[in-house]
Design a protein around this ligand. Structure first.
Ligand code: IPE
Ligand code: IPE
Ligand code: MG
Length: 268
């Protein structure tokens, strides 16, 4: 079980352990070039490949990519269908390369509406990469933060009806879709919008947020390094004062987790 940012103080590392990205701006990238929106989505898949490689090289342990939100069904049917086709093609063609490169693939979200074929491909891909531990890549597909909280709550209540009214954080977390990952240290949204768009509502509680105007197809290793540099310069206080961060850890403070030293609480 990973540290909860609201119950303990997570250890800070110069490179994020978990990076979560809203890959936005494909449509505008295409529009700038007088191309159909789907051309932007196709180019966006290439960026996904490059960013996975860059994250693995930088020692990031978990990368979570928002590929399709529970609200993206509101888009024109032909765009939704191309996005599903791209997802299916990626599952058919890219998984072997992930497997060879030590990458574990997980998919979170309500997959049923995508149909049986995609559900089967996802289960096969997850099984064939399950032993890998260099980087865990999570694709959020038909994912919504509210969907996640509700499905977790419903499953918790079904499993432990006797505890109704007394559930705690630690009871709910195992039922959330990302139960195998630490909370994201860094969140990046490309494409200029500064909103969460129903992504990881629970998990972003203390995540450092980074917004960039760069459109997803233009995002590259240098842009990733700029986001990581911004992250590393931040003071993560988790509710404490800045002065407290300079102090030696106080054993009397139950929020200070064992083994934490002042030096790695400030990242710069
Ligand atoms: C993100 O790019 C991809 C998905 C949401 C699937 P957009 O398609 O949202 O691109 P913009 O925001 O219209 O430029
Ligand atoms: C968020 O992007 C979802 C994904 C990147 C998958 P959107 O482009 O759908 O977000 P809004 O509609 O601008 O908030
Ligand atoms: Mg968008």
């Amino acid at each position: 079980m990973f540290t909860s940012s609201t119950r303990e103080i997570p250890k800070a590392t110069a490179v994020p352990r978990h990076l979560a990205i809203i890959m936005d701006g494909n449509g505008r990238w295409a529009k700038q070039r007088f191309l159909p929106r789907v051309a932007g989505h196709r180019r966006g898949v290439e960026t996904v490949r490059d960013v996975i490689r860059a994250c693995a090289e930088r020692g990031i342990g978990y990368l979570t990519l928002f590929a399709f939100s529970s609200e993206n069904w509101r888009r024109p049917a032909d765009e939704v269908s191309v996005l599903q086709q791209l997802f299916r093609t990626a599952l058919e063609q890219e998984v072997e390369k992930l497997r060879r490169n030590g990458i574990r693939l997980r998919v979170i979200g309500n997959l049923e509406p995508f149909g049986e074929k995609i559900v089967d491909l996802v289960r096969e891909a997850e099984a064939s990469t399950a032993v890998n531990d260099r980087l865990t890549l999570t694709i959020a597909a038909n994912y919504g933060g509210r969907w996640d909280l509700l499905q977790a709550m419903n499953r918790l209540v079904a499993a432990h009806p006797e505890n109704a009214g007394r559930y705690e954080e630690a009871d709910l977390v195992p039922y959330l879709a990302l139960n195998y990952a630490p909370e994201p240290d860094l969140f990046i949204r490309t494409g200029g919008e500064e909103r969460i768009s129903n992504f990881l509502l629970w998990h972003l509680a203390y995540t450092e947020l980074f917004f960039t105007d760069t459109l997803w197809p233009d995002f590259d290793a240098a842009a990733l390094d700029a986001a990581i540099a911004s992250y590393a310069s931040r003071e993560r206080r988790f509710g404490r004062t800045s002065e407290q961060l300079g102090d030696a850890p106080r054993p009397a403070d139950p929020a200070v987790s064992a083994g934490e030293t002042a030096s790695h609480r400030r990242l710069a």
